[in-house]
Ligand binder design. Structure first.
Ligand code: NAD
Length: 540
C-alpha cells in the first residue's frame, strides 16, 4: 500500500449503500446449501430474511432469516427445558464435550478462517486468532471446571461440630449478546464458560456476522452438546435484546458502552446479574529505556490488528520525549510497510472495516483531527480501490482535547502519538478519560514497568506486549474497569459469574440456643467464654 504521509486534509471516501445492481449481478461467494445448513440451526420463524454481504468485496454471502421476539421466547423455553438435564450432567461429561470441541476447531480451522474472512473482511492472520482463542478456551474450561466448581470446604462456626461446604449451582439460562468484530470468538467464548458451569445458552450474534457463530454452534453439536442446550437467534439487538433479558437468569453482553448501560438498567430491574465487556480507549506507554524496535512492532499490532476493530486495541500512544522521535520514525516506517488487501490468503496485514458506518466514524475522526490542526504521519485515507470499506492504518500527531479522536473510541485503525516528560505524567495521561480496559507498558526494567502497571486503572496491563499476553492467558481474568465494563471473562471469575453460590451446613451434636437447662443468660455467658477460648487458641 502507499499511504499518504502529508499533513493535508484527507479526501475521505464516503461510501453509500452498496449498489444493488452490483449485488444482484454478483454470484454468491459461498455455496448456498452450506449457508442454509448453518442458518437452519437458527430459531427464526418470521419468514423474512436479510441479505448478508461480504464487507471486503460487496459480494453476497447468503440470506439470513430474521428472528422475532416470539422466537426468543421459544428459544428460551427450549433452553430452559434442556438446562434441567445439562445442569445435572457430570463434570466429566461436560469436559468431554469441550475437549472434542477443542479438537474439532483446530482440525477445521481453515473452514472457520475462510468464513470469518468472508463475513468480517479481516485478514487471515487476524482470523486465525479466533479458532485459536476459542479452542484454547474450550480446553481451559474442560481441564479446570472441576477445580472451579467442585464443592469447597469452609470453616464452620463451631470447629468439628459445624461442617460447611460452598456449592456452585448453574444459574439456568444465560443470554449472550455479542458484537461483530471477532465474530467466532465473541459469539462462543463466554457461552463455553456458561455451558461448562451447567447452564443452557440463548445467544444472539451481531447481524453483520451470524454465520461464524452458527458454524460454532454446528461444531458444538458435533462435539456432543445435547440438543437444545445452546439456542441461537438473529436480528436487531433493540428488537431481540429485551425479550432475551426479560427471560434469562443472567446476561453476558459484549459491545459498546452505550448499549451496555441500557442492558445494565434492564438487568437491574429484574435483579439478575450481568457481565458487560465494553469499549476502550487503550493507552500504550513507551518508557525511555524501552527496546524501541520491540515497542514499534507491538504498537503496530496493538493499533492495527483487525483494522483497530478490537476492544483491547490501542488508540493512544505516550512516548518519553527523550526517545519520541526515534520511536515515531520506527513506528511510522513499520506502519507504512503494512500490506492491505481483500484476499483470504496469508501475508495480508490488514483487511477491510466491517461497514459503511465504521468507515464513516474512522474518516470523521481523522478529518476532524486534521481540520483542528493534527498532522497525519501515516495513512489518513480511505481506499475504495481495495474494497468499499478499506481505510489505511493511520498515525496522528498533535491531537488535542478538542478533537473527537482524543477521548472517544474510534474502533478503527487510527492512533494518536503524544510525548511525555515524567512517569507521573505518563500515568496521569494513561488514566485520563472514562475507559479502563487495557494498557501496555514497554520498558527493559520489568520491575519498574510492573510498578507503573499497578497505578494504571485498566482491567489488563501488558508489559512489553500489546494485548495478547493477557488476552490469551485464560487462567487470568479479563475485563474492564470504569466505563469499560463490569465483571470478567476467563479464569475463575469467567465461570463463577454463571453460578449461584449455595452454602450447605451440617450441624453435629451441639445445638444453637439455650439447652441442657441453661437460662438465656447462662447460655450467653458460656458462648462468650467459648468464643474467647477459641480466639485464644486461634481457632476462630
Ligand atoms: P453494539 O453495542 O452496537 O452491539 C453489540 C451487540 O449488541 C450486537 O449484537 C447488537 O445487535 C446488540 N445490541 C444493540 N443494541 C441493543 C439493545 N438495545 N439491547 C440488546 N442488544 C443490543 O456494539 P458494536 O458497535 O457492534 O461493537 C463494537 C463495540 O464493542 C466497541 O465499543 C468495542 O470496544 C466493544 N467490544 C468490547 C469487547 C470487550 O471484551 N470489552 C470486545 C469486543 C467489542
Amino acid at each position: 500500500m502507499t499511504p499518504a504521509s502529508s499533513g493535508n486534509r484527507s479526501s475521505a471516501h464516503r461510501p453509500g449503500p452498496l449498489d444493488p445492481e452490483h449485488v444482484l449481478a454478483a454470484t454468491y461467494a459461498l455455496d448456498q446449501s452450506y449457508v442454509r445448513g448453518l442458518t437452519d440451526q437458527l430459531v427464526a420463524t418470521s419468514g423474512t430474511a436479510s441479505r448478508l454481504l461480504a464487507p471486503a468485496t460487496g459480494q453476497p454471502l447468503g440470506n439470513i432469516p430474521t428472528s422475532t421476539p416470539a422466537d426468543v421466547l421459544s428459544a428460551m423455553a427450549r433452553a430452559r427445558e434442556a438446562a434441567k438435564d445439562w445442569g445435572l450432567s457430570s463434570f466429566a461429561e461436560r469436559s468431554e464435550v469441550l475437549m472434542r470441541l477443542h479438537e474439532l476447531i483446530l482440525d477445521r480451522r481453515e473452514e472457520i478462517m475462510d468464513l470469518i474472512c468472508w463475513e468480517s473482511g479481516k485478514s487471515r492472520i487476524h482470523a486465525f486468532d479466533e479458532p485459536l482463542h476459542v479452542a484454547l478456551t474450550a480446553r481451559y474450561y474442560a481441564r479446570t471446571l472441576d477445580r472451579h466448581l467442585a464443592p469447597k470446604r469452609r470453616d464452620g462456626v463451631v470447629p468439628f461440630l459445624t461442617q460447611i461446604e460452598e456449592h456452585r449451582t448453574p444459574k439456568g439460562v444465560v443470554a449472550i449478546i455479542s458484537p461483530w468484530n471477532y465474530p467466532f470468538t465473541m459469539a462462543l467464548v463466554d457461552g463455553i464458560a456458561a455451558i461448562a458451569a451447567g447452564n443452557a445458552v440463548v445467544s444472539k450474534p451481531d447481524h453483520h456476522t451470524p454465520l461464524s457463530a452458527l458454524l460454532g454452534l454446528a461444531l458444538l453439536e458435533e462435539a456432543g452438546l445435547p440438543e437444545g442446550v445452546w439456542q441461537m437467534v438473529t436480528g436487531a439487538g433493540r428488537v431481540l435484546g429485551t425479550p432475551m433479558i426479560e427471560n434469562a437468569d443472567y446476561v453476558c453482553f459484549t459491545g459498546s458502552t452505550a448499549t451496555g448501560r441500557v442492558i445494565a438498567r434492564q438487568c437491574a430491574d429484574r435483579l439478575i446479574g450481568c457481565s458487560l465487556e465494553l469499549g476502550g480507549k487503550n493507552p500504550i506507554l513507551v518508557l525511555r529505556d524501552a527496546d524501541l524496535d520491540r515497542a514499534a512492532e507491538g504498537a503496530v499490532r496493538a493499533a492495527f490488528s483487525n483494522g483497530g476493530q478490537l476492544c483491547v486495541s490501542t488508540e493512544r500512544l505516550y512516548v518519553d520525549a527523550e526517545v519520541h522521535d526515534e520511536f515515531v520514525e520506527k513506528f511510522v516506517a513499520r506502519t507504512k510497510a503494512m500490506r492491505l488487501g481483500a484476499g483470504h490468503e496469508w501475508g495480508i496485514d490488514m483487511g477491510s472495516l466491517i461497514s459503511a458506518e465504521q468507515l464513516t466514524t474512522v474518516a470523521d475522526h481523522v478529518d476532524d483531527a486534521v481540520h483542528h490542526g493534527a498532522r497525519v504521519l501515516a495513512g489518513g485515507r480511505a481506499r475504495p480501490d481495495l474494497g468499499p470499506y478499506f481505510y489505511e492504518p493511520t498515525i496522528l500527531d498533535g491531537v488535542t482535547p478538542d478533537m473527537a479522536c482524543h477521548a472517544d473510541e474510534t474502533f478503527g485503525p487510527v492512533i494518536s502519538v503524544y510525548p511525555f516528560t515524567t512517569e507521573d505524567e505518563a500515568v496521569d495521561l494513561a488514566n485520563a478519560g472514562d475507559y479502563g480496559l487495557n494498557a501496555a507498558v514497554f520498558s527493559r526494567d520489568n520491575k519498574r514497568a510492573r510498578l507503573i502497571a499497578n497505578r494504571i486503572k485498566c482491567g489488563t496491563v501488558n508489559i512489553n506486549e500489546a494485548f495478547s499476553a493477557t488476552f490469551a492467558s485464560l487462567d487470568a481474568p479479563m475485563g474492564g474497569m470504569r466505563s469499560s465494563g463490569i465483571g470478567r471473562r476467563q479464569g475463575a471469575e469467567g465461570i463463577h459469574r454463571y453460578t449461584e453460590v449455595q452454602s450447605v451446613a451440617t450441624q453435629y451434636l451441639l445445638r444453637f440456643g439455650p439447652h441442657w437447662g441453661l437460662t438465656d443468660e447462662a447460655y450467653a455467658a458460656v458462648m462468650t467464654g467459648a468464643v474467647k477460648l477459641l480466639t485464644r487458641l486461634g481457632r476462630a
